[in-house]
Write a protein that binds this ligand. Sequence first.
Ligand SMILES: Cc1ncc(C[n+]2csc(CCOP(=O)(O)OP(=O)(O)O)c2C)c(N)n1
Ligand SMILES: [Mg+2]
Length: 392
Amino acid sequence: MSTPPGFPGFPEPAPTAEQVIAGLRGTDEGSEDLVQVLTPEGIRLQVPWVDEHLGDIGVDQLKDLYRDMVLVRRVDREASALQRQGQLGIWVPLLGQEAAQIGAGRALAARDMAFPSYREHGVAWCRGIDPTQLLGIFRGTDHGSWDPAETGFHLYTIVIGNQCLNAAGYAMGQKFEGKVGDSETGEATICFFGDGATSQGDVHEGFVWSAVYDAPVVFFCQNNQWAISEPLERQTRVPLYQRARGYGFPGIRVDGNDVLATLAVTRWALDECRSGNGPVLIEAFTYRMDAHTSSDDPTRYRLADELELWKLKDPIERVRVNLVREHQVEQSYFDGIGAESDELAARLREYCSTMPEPGPERMFSQVYAESSAPLEAQREAFLRYHASFETS
Ligand SMILES: Cc1ncc(C[n+]2csc(CCOP(=O)(O)OP(=O)(O)O)c2C)c(N)n1
Ligand SMILES: [Mg+2]
């Protein structure tokens, strides 16, 4: 069968499954479409346009990024342990995604707004949310206890991809209110979601609305290559960042295990949005090193050697190696961070075991902004009913 003239079509013959999968992979060194400045071996590469966005990052700032990642990983490991001890009902680990989240989170200005999914504990950290505030969600005592307006960090969203609609709407509001147009003072929105979420209608709708209204939103896809047990090759036939082109905005793929590259690329994308050139899609290529949640067992659906390969690309280790080799940072610095993370873990454990249980009246208190007479009557009746039980 011949192809219409000028029609690029698909390669002939159709690619094999192996070729499709190979095309989706992006972390092999030398991969042309991957932005990387810190190799897994801890070697700092010079990439002029990326370095322009890292002008203020010297050894002290790199140490700060390292500290962020170590502490956030410790929060994650401690919360996983608390779940196993029965203190939390469920936990959603971020292990392996620290660089993607800290790089993106540290690129944000206080005036920007972030919309997370449920795994963004590292971004929460960057927004100044104390890790203890995350625990209530996973212990079932609250739905998120921080103020999104004050922190610039929306509440966690469990419905896959749904936050892309919220983010698109919020960013359209920033545009309508004239908060876009100046890279120094302009505002931007960032929206976090996963590779699996890209198959959801909400993400498509968020892309379309943002594109046609030039909304200042950075769509930050953490491609950790798994959506529970579904591999990336069941979500897409092209690298995810290339999808942006079909919507009419730029897409870029960054090594999500490289905190410096992620910081630079996100700064660039936010600047574009603040200046009125949004939206932008970032695909942060990374890997989910733990289970999807504490309720999941990944050994049922993926091979252990995949994980072993990604351990060699650990986002924290490459920064440590770089600090030692290229900046002669002493062991005492790393020991200090270790001690700080032990203290943080102890604080989390203490908080978790003494967290107050909400009373039954709580379900009436945060449904409406203002209460009403019928609601009050229902609340009173419900409390009377509860009080009618004998307590031992
Ligand atoms: C609309 C909707 N469908 C299904 C689910 C169940 N679910 C929870 S997480 C998940 C996979 C999401 O994968 P991905 O977007 O790659 O994010 P990741 O968990 O890997 O960070 C699914 C299907 C859900 N929460 N919401
Ligand atoms: Mg995923």
